[in-house]
Structure formats: C-alpha cells, structure tokens
Design a protein around this ligand. Structure first.
Ligand SMILES: Nc1ncnc2c1ncn2[C@@H]1O[C@H](COP(=O)(O)OP(=O)(O)OP(=O)(O)O)[C@@H](O)[C@H]1O
Ligand SMILES: [Mg+2]
Length: 225
C-alpha cells in the first residue's frame, strides 16, 4: 500500500549538503509489521517523516495505494494524514495547554459525537494505565506518561498506517512492553500497517520484516538476524 520509489533526501547545512536518504526503494503491504533499526543519524526519523508526509523527498516519489503523493497540495495532504496515518514521534509532542483527554479528542475525526469521542478517549487511556490522568495537566505528566498519551492519540482515528519513532524510548521496560503489546494487538485487530523505528534490539526482532538503515541506505534483514 505504500511504495517508495528512488527516494532521496538532501539537507543543507549552510553551503554544505548531505544526502540523508539515498535512492530508497521499498514496498510496504497492508498489515505489514516492519521494524527499522540503525545507528543514530542514519536517517530513520527522516524516512518516517517522509512516510508521514511531513517532509518532502528531494528526489523520487511516495505512493499511497498507487496514488502518487503531491506534496504541493496541502489540503490533500492534511486529509490523507488525518484519515490514514497515526504518527508517534520520538518526543510526545502533546498540546501542553490541553489535558490528556482533550489531546485525544482534538485529534479525532469529526464524524463521531462528542460523547462517543470521550468514551473512546477514556477507553484508550485506560489501556495504557492512565485512568487517573484523564484531566491532568499535560505539563505535570512524566515523560513516559506523556509518551503513552501520544501513543493512544495516534490510534484514535483507527489509522491504516501506524508510524512510530522510538515509541518506547522514554518508557521503563514494563510500560514499554505494554505499549508494544497495544500496538501489536491494534495491528492484529484492525489489520493495519505497523512501522516501528527502535534502538531496542528485542523490539527490532519482533518485526515480520526488519530493515537496517545506515548512512541513508536500507538493507532488509532476514528473520534470523
Ligand atoms: N532539518 C534538517 N536539516 C539539516 N539536517 C538534518 C535535518 N533533519 C535531520 N538532519 C540530519 O539528517 C541526519 C539523519 O537524521 P535523522 O533524524 O533521520 O536520524 P535518525 O536515524 O533518526 O537518528 P536517531 O537514531 O538519533 O534518532 C542527521 O545527520 C541529522 O543531523
Ligand atoms: Mg530519530
């Protein structure tokens, strides 16, 4: 459902330019579970941000369901992002003036009633052990709690594709495992695509497909590595 074709990304630092992604070709199917690992600075977050349609590639194209993404059409991109993509950033990126409950509700599709949204949001927060934090100040949450809110916020619209950039980076192993289990169960239930960038080898091993990204180049690993 997602195709990356001859995709490259170049960043400029002053007069110097650097290719962070080099000629990436990747076919990602519906319901694929892919883990992406590799050294810091290798281009993992950049790749994820392109797949989330937040960053335009310098060369090459990205297709969602055989439709070529046109990065110049903002409205089209926003609709696509909202309807299809759930993104969990390396940092939680919550709206700090809103409570956890409000952060979830504001991210939801407008077709549901407010009552339904509240019920769904509470249910999601319960799943990650935040029943007592519905109305807390986001600024009062620990890093791990904020990350758990960000995880369930990304799931609130039943996305077809869930993109996670180190979703367990700020969590202890217990909460980290809960988050991974939640993501895996959602993928199984909704048959969505799940892509997780991680530095954690144990999480990396879980992927049905494992990709190693180094110096902007991808290498697909066998299951036994
Ligand atoms: N907006 C930008 N402008 C210039 N350089 C950038 C920009 N964003 C990323 N880079 C550079 O691109 C390279 C890849 O960054 P990226 O964040 O994709 O790495 P990463 O694999 O996610 O690393 P980490 O594991 O540390 O999160 C780095 O050298 C980074 O400094
Ligand atoms: Mg990164």
């Amino acid at each position: 459902m997602i195709s990356l074709k001859n995709l490259s990304k170049k960043f400029y630092n002053g007069n110097e330019s650097q290719y962070v992604l080099k000629n990436i070709n990747l076919e990602i199917g519906d319901n694929d579970f892919i883990t992406i690992m590799g050294p810091s600075g290798g281009g993992k977050s950049t790749l994820l941000q392109i797949m989330a349609l937040l960053t335009e590639p310098t060369e090459g194209d990205i297709y969602y369901s055989n439709n070529k993404i046109n990065f110049k059409k903002d409205k089209h991109l926003n609709i696509h992002r909202r309807e299809s993509i759930g993104l969990i950033f390396q940092n939680a990126n919550l709206i700090s003036c809103l409570s956890p409950l409000e952060n979830l509700i504001i991210a939801m599709n407008t077709t549901e009633s407010y009552k339904e949204k509240i019920k769904k949001a509470k249910n999601l927060l319960d799943k990650v052990g935040l029943s007592k934090k519905y109305n807390s100040k986001v600024t009062s949450l620990s890093g791990g709690e904020a990350q758990r809110v960000a995880v369930v916020r990304a799931l609130s619209n039943n996305p077809k594709v869930i993109l996670c950039d180190e979703p367990t980076g700020s969590l202890d192993s217990n909460n980290g495992n809960n988050v991974i289990e939640l993501l895996l169960s959602i993928r199984k239930e909704k048959k969505c695509t799940l892509i997780i960038v991680t530095h954690d080898k144990d999480i990396g091993k879980l992927g049905d497909r494992r990709i190693y990204l180094k110096d902007g180049e991808i290498h697909e690993m066998g299951r036994d590595i």
